[in-house]
Ligand binder design. Structure first.
Ligand SMILES: [Zn+2]
Length: 260
């Protein structure tokens, strides 16, 4: 039995240029920071997957108590959060009937602020892509937006990884948004697959139009990762679930597969 739960861990607004980037790659980041227009409120989904060998949680959402340092231009000027007590991941897990203390693996798509939350669930083994951990522990990592609250000794994987060895939960290396971003492909015994894209794409529309974002560290790798995700959607019926797309929860509930 594989069951997937969508956990609502708050809402976020970002500058429009972050989702609809400047056409010249090297101007994407400055254009994102300088834009004064905001997106609508976007979701910050995280996910829990019930598996016979143990519950797997993907990402941690946003920490309601985050303090934005004065020097962090991006956090202070280019992102707004609406996250309350009820959005804490432990609360959302409890509401889903799951025990936060009994999660076996806590997988992180990447080390950005709205994905690492307050850090891993106690007792869970953290699973990260090796390139993400290298980038996240390099000198100056925090300046580049990598955060690792409470993450000390993760299990790191190089490239793709079949978490339980049975093909039901596969980590797919999708670098570009960050150095070692990974997506998660969930294959239940029946019904379509669910592709948790993290921030490899912000929306199904971005996947279809091959639109990278305004902050991706490696634009060419980001485009290649989107093509990889498109390939997964083409090989079998797959529901696309980006972290920041409000429609993703409904798409999963209604099993709306993505046609590329
Ligand atoms: Zn991100």
């Amino acid at each position: 039995m594989i069951a997937l739960h969508v956990l609502d861990t708050g809402r976020v607004q970002i500058h429009r240029r972050q989702v609809d980037p400047h056409p010249r790659d090297r101007l994407r980041l400055p254009a994102t920071l300088l834009d004064r227009r905001w997106t609508d409120w976007l979701s910050v989904w995280s996910f829990a997957i019930e598996h016979p060998e143990g519950v797997v949680v993907v990402d941690a959402g946003q920490d309601p108590d985050l303090v934005k340092p004065l020097w962090d231009v991006y956090l202070r000027h280019a992102v707004r959060f609406d996250v309350g007590e009820g959005d804490r991941q432990a609360t959302r897990l409890r509401n889903a009937g799951l025990d936060a203390g009994a999660v076996r693996y806590h997988v992180f798509t990447h080390l950005h602020v709205d994905h690492v939350g307050t850090g891993p669930l106690p007792g869970a083994t953290v699973v990260l892509n090796a390139d993400e951990w290298r980038a996240g522990t390099a000198r100056g990592a925090r300046l580049r937006g990598y955060m690792r609250p409470g993450i000390h000794d993760p299990e790191t994987v190089e490239g793709d990884h079949d978490l339980y060895g049975d093909g039901t939960i596969r980590l797919i290396a999708t670098p570009g948004h960050t150095a070692g971003h990974q997506s998660v492909l969930v294959t239940p015994p029946e019904g379509p697959r669910i592709l948790i894209t993290g921030d490899a794409v912000y929306s199904e529309a971005a996947l279809l139009s091959r639109t990278i974002d305004g902050v991706a560290v490696a634009p060419d790798r980001s485009r290649a990762s989107i093509d990889r995700l498109r390939g997964l959607c083409a090989e079998a019926p797959t529901v696309v679930a980006p972290t920041h797309e409000p429609a993703a929860a409904r798409r999963i509930a209604d099993r709306l597969v993505t046609s590329v």
